[in-house]
Design a protein around this ligand. Structure first.
Ligand SMILES: Nc1nc2c(c(=O)[nH]1)N[C@H]1C(S)=C(S)[C@@H](COP(=O)(O)OP(=O)(O)OC[C@H]3O[C@@H](n4cnc5c(=O)[nH]c(N)nc54)[C@H](O)[C@@H]3O)O[C@H]1N2
Ligand SMILES: Nc1nc2c(c(=O)[nH]1)N[C@H]1C(S)=C(S)[C@@H](COP(=O)(O)OP(=O)(O)OC[C@H]3O[C@@H](n4cnc5c(=O)[nH]c(N)nc54)[C@H](O)[C@@H]3O)O[C@H]1N2
Ligand code: SF4
Ligand SMILES: [Mo]
Length: 699
């Protein structure tokens, strides 16, 4: 039987590994790595290898569903679309477009995301469009835009093999960007220095030359101390600072007292901080890779600025093997941001509040566009609870499991007059919808994903959509048509991409054929750089000179006390992804880690009478869950940690919604909890049993 081989890109993380899908008679028979892919180089991680399970027909939504008093009932696309359009019209007439919004998906293609923001802006006339970058790297976009003029990874993945020092700051790449994690280990074995800054002893921390095991939330205190030591010892790059940066005097003044109390604040000794300051600044080429340990704090944007101050002070930017590199998380979160699925920017980060930008889009789309920046995702939640927001179209996200303070999220979603969810499977969020639309998976559509190093890669269709599923941009177009608009009437994905290139300067010289030839194209890719750009800021910054901006330590929002005596941080595990809706369909991955876990230091466990793998209750000011304890000294005493992949033991029952004032990033990395042992031999109860409320029950 003829086997068809389709070249495409992994649908999980932002590394963007190249994979082939092998199909026979429209059935996916296997997944294999692309041998010649520039990043994955013939490899995939356990999730990539298992991606076929994630889109398996079992448990997929195959037809539109509509809520009835008796539960969900199958309906036709026509009926579903008519209902959606009628309710949207009603809300618009009664309350106005500000009461409607779209949450788009960093798991879907650029074409899907472009369509989502166009539906919002050109048809629904609202800038209420956002996606999971809000609770991921929005502080990166805001912080690096201020300091460098561009909020993306400055260098490329291959630079890991071309540097003298890798500084991994608040990221756990062997778990979360596994192929890059492997590259880091290989480079380190070949002589590259490795420094890890993380409150937990991660796998890379164990291998590193130096591990700075700082207290959660003390990034700025540490970074300012490092900068102070560099300046005191004249280890800075004077030429780079003189020629390419502004604000050195203010930065120098701002770190004057940075060494006072730093050992206590960070938990790290001064000699160790000095050694890192020297190693980073004196390296010929040093590369920063950072993640959620930087962004997911109320201090998120300032943490990013502090890191950027360090790179600029040492001139570790604009050259091969240097740079400040946010490890963007989702397969297409870079793209969803590039496409303007953010309430304040159009595609290509062109600002909503700039009248010239508005005129450009208005002319091209031949329609009026809304003037004011819209609501963020959490802003929509709050506005719903305040009765000001009524209708939400959401696809490829599962906020009931992944947004902070689950009870608050459920209350808000339950209060909406219209919730439309397009999904592959019946998630906890889909269960709360009024209308569920069946979405085509990555293997069933054509389009592009932009990986963490700004590489736009071609995603090619290997299978027909399952049942009546549609590609996201196609059902978005069908909603526009129901609203009597032809704005989204494209013949195919390539036509959507052509429109993207017409309006997005950083994508302007891209096309599918060139992408296929060159294994993707890294933006900016314009007539001046037709083959893309591997390294940003080589000679100049988009804002001319880079800005050094003073920032000061900001304490975490919620401290421990006698009732909640432990600090909880949340993170990820290699074998599971996001809300788990795809990886938990794989028996191989599910076998590795079948359900929720609480990691706890043996000293804390002993004191509480908690034993390895026993059932525990964990509570915060917002909620309570039950799970199993895993004793490990990878965490210091006083700190416990949970992944957020498990909907039966959702750590987001516990997390805090306190936000970074600029980006509204919630503090997902620190909140105060108590832990208590449950009856010996008992089983942890799933959340539905504890709260007595299934998600359907809330509606
Ligand atoms: N297997 C798997 N891979 C994934 C994902 C997944 O769900 N599963 N999700 C993807 C997504 S969406 C993203 S955004 C990325 C995220 O990838 P990472 O950024 O690596 O994410 P986390 O594991 O949440 O957090 C990183 C580290 O921050 C540390 N940390 C906590 N507080 C602090 C602090 O105050 N300072 C410092 N320096 N470090 C701190 C934590 O201990 C943790 O090791 O992963 C992507 N890849
Ligand atoms: N406590 C805690 N919470 C966190 C974090 C944390 O570190 N700690 N990290 C946060 C971060 S960084 C992120 S990015 C978010 C992620 O949060 P989410 O974006 O909600 O998580 P995912 O699991 O990626 O959800 C994506 C959904 O999209 C569906 N899907 C996949 N492909 C497609 C497609 O092509 N079309 C459609 N329509 N659907 C599709 C999948 O079935 C899945 O249910 O979680 C955040 N939540
Ligand atoms: S590292 Fe990321 S992109 Fe590569 S195979 Fe694993 S999940 Fe997929
Ligand atoms: Mo993320």
């Amino acid at each position: 039987m003829a086997t068809k081989v389709t070249t495409t890109i992994c649908p999980f993380c932002g590394v963007g590994c190249g994979m082939n899908l092998l199909t026979e008679k429209n059935r996916l028979i296997s997944v294999e790595p692309q041998i010649d892919h520039p990043i994955s180089r013939g490899q995939l991680c356990a999730k990539g290898w298992s991606s076929a399970y994630g889109i398996d027909p079992k448990d997929r939504i195959t037809h539109p569903l509509i809520r009835t008093p008796q539960g969900f009932r199958q309906t036709s696309w026509n009926k579903a679309l008519e209902t959606v359009a009628a309710r949207l019209k009603q809300i618009m007439e009664e309350t106005g477009p500000q009461a409607i919004g779209i949450i788009s998906s960093a798991r879907a293609t650029n074409e899907d995301n472009y369509a989502a923001q166009k539906l919002a802006r050109a048809v629904l006339k609202t800038n209420n469009i956002d996606h999971c970058a809000r609770i991921c790297h929005s502080p990166t976009v805001a912080g690096l835009n201020q300091t460098l003029g561009s909020g993306a990874m400055t260098n490329s993945a291959e630079d890991i093999f071309e540097t003298d020092l890798v500084l991994v700051f608040g990221a756990d790449p062997t778990e979360n960007h596994s192929i890059l994690g492997g590259h880091i280990i290989r480079a380190h074995l070949e002589g590259t220095q490795l420094i890890v800054v993380d409150p937990r002893r991660t796998r890379l921390a164990k291998l590193a030359d130096t591990h700075l095991q700082l207290k959660p939330g003390s990034n700025i205190a540490l970074l300012n101390a490092i900068i102070k030591i560099i300046l005191d010892n004249r280890w800075q790059d004077k030429k780079f600072l003189d020629q390419r940066c502004e604000g050195l005097a203010q930065l120098t003044a701002s770190v004057a007292n940075a060494l006072e109390g730093v050992e206590k604040t960070t938990g790290i000794s001064l000699p160790k901080i000095e050694a890192v300051a020297k190693a980073y600044s004196q390296s010929k080429r040093a590369m920063i890779l950072y993640g959620m340990g930087v962004t997911q704090y109320v201090s998120g944007t300032n943490n990013v600025i502090a890191l950027s101050n360090l790179a600029l002070t040492c001139g570790q930017l604009g050259r091969k093997g240097t740079g400040i590199n946010p490890l963007r998380g989702q397969n297409n979160v870079q793209g969803a941001c590039d496409m303007g699925c953010l309430p304040n920017v159009y595609p290509g980060y062109q600002k909503v509040d700039n009248p010239e930008v508005r005129a450009k889009f208005s002319q091209h789309w031949k329609t009026e566009v809304p003037e004011h920046p819209g609501l963020t995702s959490m802003g929509m939640t709050k506005a719903t609870l305040a009765g000001e927001f009524r209708g939400l179209i959401l696809f490829g996200e599962n906020p009931v499991v992944t947004d902070p303070d689950q009870n608050l999220v459920k209350r808000a979603l339950g209060k909406l007059d219209l919730l439309v969810v397009a999904e592959l499977t019946m998630t906890d969020t889909a269960r709360m919808a009024d209308i569920i639309l069946p979405a085509a998976s990555f293997a069933e559509k054509t389009g592009t994903f932009t990986n963490c190093e700004r590489r736009v890669q071609h995603v090619q269709q290997a299978l027909p959509p399952l049942g009546e599923a549609r590609t996201d941009w196609q059902w978005l177009a069908a909603i526009a048509q129901q609203l009597e608009s032809d704005q989204l009437d494209w013949p195919d994905s390539e036509a959507v991409f052509r429109e993207i290139t017409e309006l997005t300067p950083i994508y302007s010289a891209m096309n599918y054929a060139k992408m296929d030839q060159l294994h993707g194209l890294q933006w900016p890719c314009s007539p001046e750089t037709p083959e893309g750009t591997a390294i940003l800021h080589k000679d100049t910054f988009p804002i001319g000179k880079a800005r050094l901006i003073p920032v000061h330590p900001i304490p975490i929002d919620e401290n421990i006390d006698s009732k909640y005596p432990l600090l909880l941080t949340t993170n990820r595990l290699h074998f599971h992804y996001g809300c788990g809706s795809m990886t938990r369909k794989s028996p191989l991955l599910e076998r590795e880690i079948p359900t929720g876990l609480l990691f706890i230091n043996p000293a804390d466990a002993n004191e509480l009478g908690v034993t390895h793998q026993s059932a525990v209750g964990v509570g915060s000011r917002r909620g309570y869950i039950e799970t199993r304890a895993m004793l490990t000294d990878d965490l210091p005493p006083g700190l416990v940690c949970m992944p957020y992949h498990f909907h039966e033991a959702p750590s987001n029952q516990l997390t805090n919604t306190a936000q970074d004032p600029l980006t509204k990033m919630p503090e997902l990395k620190a909140c105060a909890v108590f832990v208590q042992p449950l009856e010996p031999g008992s089983f942890p109860r799933p959340i539905d049993e504890i709260s007595g409320l299934s998600v359907e029950g809330v509606k």
